[in-house]
Design a protein around this ligand. Structure first.
Ligand code: KIV
Length: 302
């Protein structure tokens, strides 16, 4: 067995810009975190998409700090190589700078190596500056920031007009200058994402932002076909796990109903001898035919 791969760190991720494309995925629990981590993903985001793809909420606005921390702890336990980022949920960094720093710190204490914060307006830059000042690395996120759903009037591509494109360029530069270590660009024109990627010093990680970004991120449940809600244009499905689960459950149900599960010889435990059975029921009460179990091991493991 080779030496375990080294953990990706904030400086090692920053150094990938221009050298190696970054792979980032979401994960929300121990087994998926393990799978995503051991597949060689550089960044695992415990995204607030948790609300939609795991908890069944209609959007990300309902997700709480407690829910995020609960899932983040499980993901942290399931990773040994990826940089783990906690996505600060709606209202966890909007009320006051002090509360924002405290909430960001709670993610670090739960096992994250940094946090992601949506938005790049001047007041948000101040909040990010305070979080950074508490030694907490921050990943920025601009473009279609889902927590601004109501302000945007829906899930709409951002930065299509010259004015809006300029706003996003200014925000990207401000996030770079304040000290973010990377920047998610969500649902912006590919040309704008390429321009921003060229212009700033930190890696850009795109989702619906074209191929020129320094890395790409998708929501795991979209990628593996485990989310049945709306699928955006930029999602590429690599598996149909939802269908595979439905198929497996359907076959199990059929086997149970037809009496084919469990198999008495290979999927059941047995008494050691007929004598023990007789003692269990009483000598004269053993009327049923003994089960034909094949061989009878004296000690069995579950
Ligand atoms: O919550 C999330 O999954 C995200 C990614 C889509 C970037 O913010």
């Amino acid at each position: 067995m080779g030496a375990p791969a080294k953990r990706v760190t904030v400086p090692s991720l920053r150094a990938m810009k221009g050298h190696r494309r970054i792979v980032m995925l979401t994960a929300y629990d121990f087994p998926t975190a393990r799978a995503v981590d051991t597949a060689g993903t550089e960044v695992i985001l415990v995204g607030d998409s948790l609300g939609m793809v795991v908890l069944g909420y209609p959007d990300t606005l309902t997700v709480t700090m407690e829910e995020m921390l609960h899932h983040l702890r499980a993901v942290a336990r399931g990773t040994s190589q990826a940089l783990v980022i906690g996505d600060m949920p709606y209202l966890s960094y909007h009320v006051s700078i002090e509360e924002s720093v405290r909430n960001a710190g709670a993610f670090i204490r739960a096992g994250a190596h940094g946090v992601k914060v949506e938005g790049g307006k001047p007041s948000r830059i101040k909040t990010i500056e305070a979080i950074l000042d508490a030694e907490i690395p921050v990943m920025g996120h601009i473009g279609l920031t889902p927590q601004s759903l109501n302000a945007f009037g829906g899930f709409k591509v951002q930065g299509k007009s010259t004015d809006d494109g300029k706003r996003l360029i200014d925000e990207a530069m401000a996030l770079d200058q304040v000290g973010c270590f990377s920047l998610v660009l969500e649902c912006v024109p590919a040309e704008l994402a390429a321009f921003i990627t060229e212009k700033i010093s930190i890696p850009t990680i795109g989702i619906g932002a074209g191929p020129a970004c320094d890395g790409q991120v998708l929501v795991l449940h979209d990628l593996v076909g485990l989310y049945e809600g709306h699928t955006a244009k930029f999602v590429r499905r690599y598996a149909e796990v939802g269908g595979a689960i439905r198929d497996a459950v359907g076959r199990f149900a059929e086997d149970v109903r037809e009496g084919r599960f469990p198999d008495v010889a290979t999927e059941s435990f047995h008494m050691g001898t007929d004598e023990e059975l007789r003692r269990l029921y009483g000598q004269n009460e053993l009327t049923a035919e003994p089960l034909d179990t094949g061989s009878q091991p004296s000690e069995e493991k579950a």
